[in-house]
Design a protein around this ligand. Sequence first.
Ligand SMILES: [Ca+2]
Length: 276
Amino acid sequence: MPVGRGRLRFLPLLVCACSLGLICMALAFAPPSTVTPRDLPVTSSFEIVAEFPHDPDAYCQGLVFDGGNLFEGTGLNGKSSLRRVDLKTGKVLKIVPLEKRLFGEGITVWKDQIIQVTWKTGEGFVYDKESLRLIKKFRYSGQGWGLTHDDKHLILSDGSATLRFLDPETFKVVKRVDVRCAGRMPAAVNQLNELEYVNGEVLANIWYEDVIARIDPASGRVLGWIDLKPLVEASGRKDEHCVLNGIAWDATDERLFVTGKNWPRLYEIRVKQARN
Ligand SMILES: [Ca+2]
């Protein structure tokens, strides 16, 4: 082996080491990332447009409005179900109970099907949207909390700050998005619960919070908060454990519905102009 070549074979490693050192130094002395006012979430208030009865025995974990029908997924072992509900009267038109060992969670309408997930059992169900007949079961990893979809994927929350995007045919995870709120200390937004995809944004309940987060599904950035504290206070809920949960969007008439776990009422609300 020629002498020169023996020395030169370490040159690429030396260059890499020097480059890495320079990058580390640059990072160490770089100014902290700045957050522009545009990045900061805005806060919106709301007004009540209409008020409807809601079954106070329904521990709402999933809410969807589709084709003039309100669908609700309820939780708790022994009380979990999928329901079709008459919006105006709150009357349960059809109910499919889950086995007692299952704790029902989010639901979403995908084409002519309704998909429902469960909390810790990793079992999901696909129903026919019209008859609520069970078509098939599927499995997924981790917990299931809220469920919605964009035009390509199911979007699943699990109580963490991460939204998982699932292939609606195979239920495999195709991507993950971490939800963060910009500010002086950008923070992960944990406890993401019931979801609803509305005009390119994911609206999310946050467990034990009286706000709905407006999330950019591409970046995970919280665009804003909808402050529903006055609604929570006026809801007639039994206690503080009956948290705000349940968001449904009527895409035809552009109506937004919200309710809570065991709330006696369900509301159509209009979100007002956001403010900083
Ligand atoms: Ca929903």
